[in-house]
Design a protein. Structure first.
Length: 337
């Protein structure tokens, strides 16, 4: 049996998958702004790698007009627009052969309805791409995990152990499925996701991200009044004590900046950590505030040799995520020798 492993996000990409905002009741009066920001993210990523935007039937023309000629738009049925979570998670075999794991999706604990089309979209995309499908009965969103490509995965107990995901599975059973489907051997469990992240119940891509083997960036708010000030320090202590699958202690880079803005009357935090690592670049959500530049500098130092691009993502944050949440990388199937 072929052993597959989820590659790190900085592995060479064939392209990036995104989905066009479609759930009107989620966005309300901000729907037009959401579509504008999604298009800006797509254009930014397309400067580094091909982008395919999936739009609901009948919405492709608008998506093409907004995204521009550099983004391919295909029309397929979808319920929502967060492909990090509903799309397939790609894995590679020992010879570089590619497959996609199709985990179950229940709209972050049945927070939105309907979600059955999004539960099926991973399989639809894999079939369209001609990629082998690996089935899993476990509910898992891609934003709940970060991997180093060398056998280490980091997640949060706040999300993966939430009873609205897999109430019939123990922590050990969830970990065993991660090991079996994603080819990891070491799982580091952080206690906390973001306290304000009630939409995803604390995805790890809001608090910690691998940026190289043995190297992570962690959200560490500098303001003692921030609701995650103590919680993120508890996460950092866990990372300080951890070793990865290769037996290494982790190099930890702190990201102290945070940004709160008003969007449609709601105080909204734009999370700088929710960035996407593209071929030769990093696309980072920004808020249009002075803290942006310092946060971009931290990320640039953590990922040397890549062009760092900030994209205004205030409305995306209002909807519950960031740049990472709305993207899903497709790794190159057979890396050049």
């Amino acid at each position: 049996m072929t052993t597959f492993r989820m590659p790190a996000e900085w592995t060479d990409h064939e392209g990036c998958l995104m989905a066009w905002p479609t759930r009107a009741e989620l966005w309300g009066e901000t729907l037009d702004g959401a579509r504008r920001e999604y298009a800006e993210v797509a254009r930014a990523i397309s400067a580094f790698e091909p982008v395919t935007m999936v739009a609901c039937p009948g919405q492709g023309e608008e998506a093409r007009a907004r995204c521009g000629a550099g983004v391919e738009v295909v029309e397929l049925p979808i319920d929502d627009s967060w492909f990090r979570d509903s799309g397939p998670i790609f894995v590679l075999g020992p010879e570089g052969e590619r497959a996609g794991v199709d985990f179950r999706f229940n709209a972050w604990g049945r927070k939105h309805h309907p979600y059955d089309t999004d539960d099926r979209i991973a399989g639809v995309l894999l079939d369209r791409l001609g990629v082998e499908r690996i089935d899993s009965r476990m509910i898992l969103e891609g934003g709940a995990i970060t991997v180093d490509g060398e056998g280490t995965l980091i997640t949060t107990e706040q999300c993966l152990l939430h009873p609205n995901r897999n109430p019939g599975m123990s922590k050990a059973e969830i970990e065993a499925e991660l090991v079996a489907r994603l080819g990891v051997s070491t799982v580091i469990w952080l206690p906390h996701g973001g306290l304000l992240d009630t939409e995803t119940d604390g995805h790890v891509d809001g608090v910690c991200a691998f940026v190289a083997p043995g190297k992570v960036v962690v959200q560490l708010p500098s303001d003692p009044g921030h609701p995650d000030y103590e919680r993120m320090r508890e996460n950092r202590a866990v990372l300080e004590a951890a070793v990865d699958a290769r037996g290494r202690r982790l190099e930890i880079i702190d990201l102290p900046q945070s940004a709160f803005v008003d969007v449609d009357g709601k105080e909204t935090e734009v999370g700088y950590l929710n960035f996407y690592i593209a071929n030769g670049g990093v696309v980072v959500p920004v808020a249009g505030v002075p803290q942006d530049e310092d946060a971009l500098a931290v990320i640039a130092a953590a990922l040397p040799g890549r062009k760092v691009v900030g994209v205004r993502s205030r409305v995306i944050a209002y909807g519950g995520g960031g740049v990472h949440c709305i993207t899903q990388q497709v790794p190159v199937a057979r890396p050049a020798a």
